[in-house]
Design a protein around this ligand. Structure first.
Ligand code: C2E
Ligand code: MG
Ligand code: MG
Ligand code: MG
Length: 290
């Protein structure tokens, strides 16, 4: 009878659910430990001006390898958000960006790093203090740390809107991440008081195909331009997609494997230095032209 009862409960999914909770709890316990031991790392993906492919910014992305297993950020960040641990991750990222990229940011005043945050960070005094401390420590400008926020969290609440306004008042740029995947967005674009849109890679994917959604790309760009928002096209993987964005009459920033995969800080810094070298060479040639 007991085994029958067990089987019945198992069939109801009750035991499976307990398993899930255990697994999530142990994952979050491991995450806490990994954060404390500084086992998570950051990679940086370049953002370029599609016109000349010059790197103008980079996005910091977190990586977690746990005992040889790669745990995707989408997975542990969603869980961390549910468990109230999102703030810890954001501060971890911020601290490591300052450590790894502070000097580079100081040397390249027109270069910036963007970090991903969640709505709960916006009004978290610890987060606001940590940014201020980081800027002061690295001697960099608020313009050099950009804040990425998904459309969903940006439109979330009055508090979120106030948080965004506060960050902008302090000089940070606020980017709406994965734009187009949240609400029926175009209509309320004007109400979002932000600096830039990152158009989700789902739209970039339609460029050059005959998918119905193709027409949405120029619409998003038109609306963004009207509202004086900068535009970052995400997920550019092919030369054809790059050519499409290059061909548009407005300034477009691009991010994607075509321009560069996310890389470690030293590798990104090397790319920036090469870029500087090329520019110095160009200037030198111009000056010495007969
Ligand atoms: P996201 O902020 O939209 O980041 C861009 C994601 O697209 C990254 O995945 C990046 O590796 C990927 N990607 C970039 N270019 C291409 C491309 O050309 N093709 C394809 N197929 N993918 C491309 P990743 O690093 O796995 O991050 C996934 C999401 O996890 C991020 O989306 C972001 O929402 C979240 N995330 C990552 N790092 C952090 C973090 O430090 N804090 C927070 N709160 N969220 C993070
Ligand atoms: Mg992002
Ligand atoms: Mg994105
Ligand atoms: Mg994304």
């Amino acid at each position: 009878a007991i085994t029958a009862l067990g089987a019945a409960l198992g069939a109801l999914g009750g035991l499976g659910w307990i398993d899930f909770r255990r697994r999530d709890q142990s994952l979050m316990a491991r995450l806490s430990r990994a954060l404390a031991r500084e086992e998570l790392t950051l990679v940086y993906q370049p953002v370029v001006d599609v016109a000349d492919e010059r790197i103008v910014a980079a996005e910091a992305l977190i990586r977690w390898w746990s005992n040889g297993d790669f745990i995707p950020p989408d997975v542990f960040i969603a869980l961390a958000e549910q468990r109230g641990m999102a703030g810890q991750i954001t501060r971890y990222v911020l601290d490591h960006v300052i450590q790894e990229m502070g000097e580079t940011l100081r040397l390249h005043r027109d270069f910036r790093i963007t970090i991903n945050v969640t709505a709960s960070d916006l009004n978290d005094p610890k987060f606001l203090a940590a940014i201020e401390e980081g800027l002061h420590y690295a001697q960099i400008e608020p313009e050099q740390i950009g804040i990425e926020l998904t459309e969903r969290s940006a439109a979330d609440s009055h508090a979120a809107i106030e948080g965004i306004a506060r960050l902008r008042a302090r000089g940070h740029s606020v980017y709406i991440d994965d734009f187009g995947t949240g609400y029926s967005s175009l209509s309320y674009l004007g109400e979002l008081k932000v600096d830039a849109l990152k158009m989700d890679r789902a739209f970039t994917r339609t460029v050059g195909t005959d998918a119905v959604t193709v027409s949405i790309v120029p619409q998003i760009i038109d609306m963004a331009t009207k509202h004086k928002l900068a535009i970052v096209a995400e997920g550019i993987e092919t030369e054809a997609q790059a050519a499409y964005f290059r061909g548009l009459p407005v300034r477009i920033l691009g991010q994607g494997w075509f321009y560069g995969r996310p890389v470690s800080a030293p590798r990104l810094i090397k790319r920036l230095e090469q870029q500087d070298g090329i520019i110095a060479l160009r200037k030198h040639r111009k000056k010495n032209r007969p």
